[in-house]
Design a protein around this ligand. Sequence first.
Ligand code: FAD
Length: 287
Amino acid sequence: MSTDTHRLPIYSVELFPPKTSEGMAKLKREIDRLSAVGPRYFSVTYGAGGTTRERTFETVDWLRSQGIDTAPHLACIGSTRDEVREILARYRDQGMRRLVALRGDMPSGMGSGHGGDFRYANELVTFVRSEFGDAFFIEVAAYPEYHPQSRNPAQDLENFKRKVDAGADGAITQYFYNADAYFGFLESCHKVGIDLPIIPGIMPITNYTQLARFSDACGAEIPRWVRRRLEGYGDDVESIRAFGHEVVASLCRQLIDGGAPGLHFYTMNQSKPVVRLWEELGLPTPG
Ligand code: FAD
């Protein structure tokens, strides 16, 4: 299924499901502000092992009730085929047409996920295609700086190709701050015959401590000069945000100028940094 590729480029945003009703109320206000700039769709993350199942449903249901095109994430590790089938049937019956299909990482203290029926995301993609045919436009994850658990780049690429061959329609990358990593990854993909749209994931920089923690965990590199500048600002939040905006806007420009098929913003449930980037870059807005 590739009905979406003729409408490239795609500019989309990602949310995570809040833990509390206050968080949900706040998120609805952020969604309003993000909707005003007109992302093509909103994706909603899902905790591996079903840890956010109901909260993901709640967020997805609310977005849909507002008529917003929504792409639920589904992380398969730690889940059974029956559980995954039930979730997919729910989304299909609700008229959902997009899915971000992932392996996920089990939250610490919840075991390795080996009790479930899936080991890797390619198995989830195969399962969705075999049980639901072309009901969903399936996006998978890609790693321009390579997945932290991969043995080497060649194997990681081979494993990425398994997801493509299993029937993925597109990919969204882990975030990165070095455009060369992305373009180099695209080149490697083309060499092995991968030609689906690979949309860069963009993480705005607003909080250095949080960003450093995430980046260590997911294997995204913060270039030394960026790290040193951010560290140098200490608690000066305004300077961190101003510099972070400059760095990310410049990255986005390089990606767009280099022909990236869109941008996917990791919003961290905050509209302001994304709206500012959207406006500065002159991305398409409604009307
Ligand atoms: P896979 O593609 O299965 O890869 C995982 C690792 O296993 C890689 O090292 C790969 O090289 C290797 N591998 C893959 N297939 C095989 C195989 N057949 N044999 C041997 N080795 C293999 N996490 C969540 O929990 N919830 C979310 O909602 C979520 N959303 C995300 C959205 C995006 C756009 C991205 C980039 C990541 C997201 N993640 C999410 C994080 C993601 O789940 C983790 O990065 C996870 O560690 C890997 O998931 P994957 O789908 O890329 O796994």
